[in-house]
Design a protein around this ligand. Structure first.
Ligand code: GRF
Length: 228
């Protein structure tokens, strides 16, 4: 990540609030991203809302859905969208090659998984350039099969008192790459998977834009598994 966008020093100007900081933000080129989804696209909608509010410096260049049933493409806005289905390819690698070729073609510097349910094989030029949000505190309740309400029901059944969400870089295993940031929420005694999911999603709506903005500002560096 640092290769293309160096970690910028926190100069006094960058720490300022008010007019100077605002004009600094306006001058910065938005980070071109591709968004990948398999479902309803709530995360893409949240990203678009933040961009529209002038609070997130990314530009969605492409939306890829893993199935024609993914209703989330309706939030693509002005960006082109494509459906790329795993079943049309003989291997995870061939499928991933098609996905990343499309992302390269769109000029995406970061790939944002937004409810994407297919395993990807990350090519070298996208190492630490693919991010995901998982609705639990990794390494709990994550990995293959942990998606949707199963995650929250598992947290309730286990009896944990805190759950939350994790933004992380994506490697070639489910929910495994370096953690960028996490936000915790309480698990209440009378929670159902639905009520916990809603509380976690509220935290997601803050955590993902926050992480994306840090990346867009070149303020994220990866050292082995540790993200600074
Ligand atoms: C979010 O809960 C996120 O944690 C996970 O996918 C969900 C959003 O997908 N990665 P969707 O819009 O509900 O399909």
């Amino acid at each position: 990540l640092r290769e293309r966008r160096p970690l910028e020093a926190l100069t006094p100007a960058r720490l300022e609030t008010g007019d100077a900081a605002m004009s600094d933000r306006r001058k910065r080129r938005p980070l071109p991203v591709a968004v990948l989804l398999s479902g309803t696209g709530r995360t893409l909608k949240n990203i678009n809302d933040r961009v529209a509010a002038g609070r997130l410096d990314v530009e969605v260049r492409l939306v890829i859905a893993s199935t024609p049933k993914a209703t989330g493409v309706r939030f693509a806005g002005g960006a082109p969208s494509r459906v790329i289905e795993r079943r049309d390819f003989s291997s995870d690698e061939a499928f991933s090659n098609e996905v990343f070729a499309a992302c390269r073609g769109a000029g995406a510097e970061l790939v944002v998984l937004a409810g994407w349910l297919k395993l990807l094989v990350i090519p070298d030029d996208f190492r630490n350039r693919v991010v995901n949000i998982h609705p639990a505190l990794i390494p709990s309740f994550c990995g293959k099969g942990y998606f949707g309400h199963h995650v929250h029901q598992s947290a309730i059944d286990y009896g944990v008192k805190l759950s939350g969400c994790t933004v992380h870089f994506v490697d070639n295993q489910y929910d495994h790459g370096p953690v960028i940031l996490q936000k915790a929420v309480p698990v209440e005694t009378d929670d159902t998977a639905d009520t916990l999911a809603a509380r976690v999603f509220e935290a997601e709506c803050e955590a993902y834009p926050e992480a994306l903005q840090l990346i867009a500002e070149g303020r994220v560096a990866v050292e082995r598994r540790r993200v600074r």
